[in-house]
Design a protein around this ligand. Structure first.
Ligand code: G3I
Length: 305
């Protein structure tokens, strides 16, 4: 294939990007988007603060604009995200206990229901585990409603959209030897053994010199896949430039290609200037929309070279 999407498609996979509704009026941006990408994740527009800014009042305008873009270019959608400790609207931040649990479930039912049939995979729960060596859940108002909040979220999502793949999504879960990775693995293993509806695990994969691509990255992806779930690289970006950055992108792409159940990968933005950490120049296109060495490395890897 001559584009990321077509080359990935040749391997039975998708190649996606995060999209910001605020950039859909930029023709350089939409030109690259529609040419290269076969999957779209809204960068912020499906988050809780965006879709339910006041309790019980749902707001889908920007997210719907991104879904329309996906439809018009023949791309599919990843939904991001239904339950998260962060980017909660003010009303939810101040809730706790049974009322919060019920508000979370209603949010999932409404939003996953609104998009039912239009989402390939939902990040149902995002970033629920703590960093560091504890392997514990991350403290949050959602966690304090009870340990079963994650499985409750997955069951509500399945009921609202039976055809979407339901993913758990997190960062710093790339290194097999990290406590956080092991803790997520045990949760997925437990969910599979008890029939909690989970279909996939998303590895955000935000890499930088302090958090480089681990040498056992492929092993991590394979070990999760062996639990009977798909794995996806969901928010890839790699700080750097030139050959070193290209080599890291090649390594990540080849890791996904080596794992049958790695069904696709998504970069977290199009041009470096679109990135949430633009100064790290972590993406595949420069600020002018030109292909970087990292782009060529990914495309060549997808094409089997
Ligand atoms: O839209 C408002 C604008 O009206 C306002 O003037 C401005 C002032 O701060 O803020 C704008 O909203 C910002 C939004 O990005 C859009 O640019 C928010 O403040 C800012 O917090 C938000 O950051 C997003 C971040 O998630 C929030 O947690 C990033 O764009 C987004 O890339 C980032 O994505 C996360 C994933 O969801 C989960 N994994 C990690 C990843 C990177 O942090």
């Amino acid at each position: 294939g001559s584009t990321l999407g077509s080359a990935a498609s040749g391997t039975g996979r998708y190649f996606g990007t995060a999209v910001s509704a605020s950039r859909l009026s930029d023709s350089v941006y939409t030109g690259i988007l529609s040419r290269e990408f076969s999957m779209i994740t809204p960068e912020n527009e499906m988050k809780i603060d965006a879709t339910e800014p006041a309790q019980g009042q749902f707001s889908y305008g920007n997210a719907d604009r991104i879904v329309s873009q996906a439809t018009s270019q023949g791309a599919r959608m990843r939904g991001h995200t239904l339950a998260w400790y962060s980017q909660q609207p003010g009303w939810m931040q101040s809730m706790e206990g049974a009322a919060l649990r019920s508000a979370m479930l209603n949010h999932i039912t409404q939003v996953a229901g609104h998009y039912s049939g239009k989402i390939y995979a939902w990040d149902v729960v995002n970033e629920a585990f703590a960093d560091g060596g504890s392997g514990a859940r991350r403290d949050s108002n959602l966690q304090r409603t009870g340990d079963d909040w994650i499985e409750a979220a997955f069951r509500a999502a399945r009921a609202a959209d039976p055809n979407a793949k339901l993913c758990y999504n997190d960062y710093n879960t790339d290194d097999w030897n990290q406590a956080k990775t092991q803790a997520v693995y045990r949760m997925v293993q437990d969910f599979k053994s008890r029939g909690v509806p989970i279909d996939c695990v998303g590895f955000q994969s935000h890499f930088n010199p302090n958090s480089p691509v681990p040498s056992n990255y492929r092993t991590t992806l394979q070990n999760f896949a062996d639990l009977g779930v798909d794995v996806q690289i969901t928010e890839l970006d790699i700080e750097g430039s030139g050959t070193a950055q290209a080599d890291n992108y090649r390594t990540v792409t080849n890791a996904c290609l080596a794992v049958t159940r790695c069904t696709g990968m998504t970069v977290w933005g199009i041009r470096d200037t679109d990135s949430w950490r633009a100064s790290a120049t972590p993406l595949l296109f420069d600020g002018n929309g030109q292909k970087k060495a990292a782009y060529t490395a990914v495309l060549d890897a997808l094409n089997g070279g």
